[in-house]
Design a protein around this ligand. Sequence first.
Ligand code: SAM
Length: 284
Amino acid sequence: MLKDGWFYERSFHETFSMGWKVKKVLHSEQSKYQKIDVLETDAVGKLLLLDGKTMVSNLDEFVYHEVMAHIPYAVSRKCEKVLIIGGGDGGVVREFAKHESIKQIDLVEIDERVIEVSKEFFPECTSALNDKRVNILAQDGFAFIKSKKNEYDIIIIDSTDPEDFASGLFTSEFYTDVYNALTDEGIMMNQTENPFLDEWDIKSIYTNMRSSFPFVQSFTAPMSIYPGVFWTFGFSSKKYMGTNINPEKRYEMQKIERDLKWYNLDWHRGAFLISNFHKKKIGL
Ligand code: SAM
């Protein structure tokens, strides 16, 4: 909601809001799927909104995108083929593209307008979308995954909140389809919301993940633009714990982390040490 030169994001149940002073509305449109806005703010630079919910900002996009990509990559043994569902801003693609061993990155984003608007206003996020390893498919990820079997080494669910066309991406049916689409040592990563506000019943999301994967863990990273800031992420795998970093990848990760803004191997090792509060929220 824009009011008196401020944008306020209201939480799902409208019991909580966060606000940013707006310098300028750079873009506004209604796509086939959602309202897309780009604001210029003092506090976080450019801010992408989808249906009035914050998605990406110049200030902290690197946190989300680096952890989503480098945590599963560092754990994976073989990683040649990656699928990203959602993620039309291109940030997760950019991070995976830093790894030369990856041969193919499929981006399945339902709303191609998100990609186009991101290219115009967030070129630092979309910089790898022209990489020859990247295939962009404007499709619903829930339907796309059904025909895929034993194909991807890593699958990232970089979705909006569990509403409307994104709600299927939080169900056990979908997680089972993701499990089947992964290779024998496959890993799934997803964003799993804020446990303090807990407007989406995080326990049920993790229960669904556990119904499909033998190894399910959670960690947090701060996302200053998301409601409540304290953000959780899920790591689900067929064979490996999130802390089981591939020894053969250590050298490559050490080289890459020098140029990263958030991720490093020390942070990765500690990220999965979670509090009693967090454990209880995810049903442990
Ligand atoms: N990092 C962000 C966050 O958690 O706030 C997510 C950003 S990304 C732009 C989310 C994308 O998921 C949106 O562009 C949306 O169009 C896409 N999306 C939602 N449901 C989808 C579905 N069923 N299939 C493919 N893409 C979907």
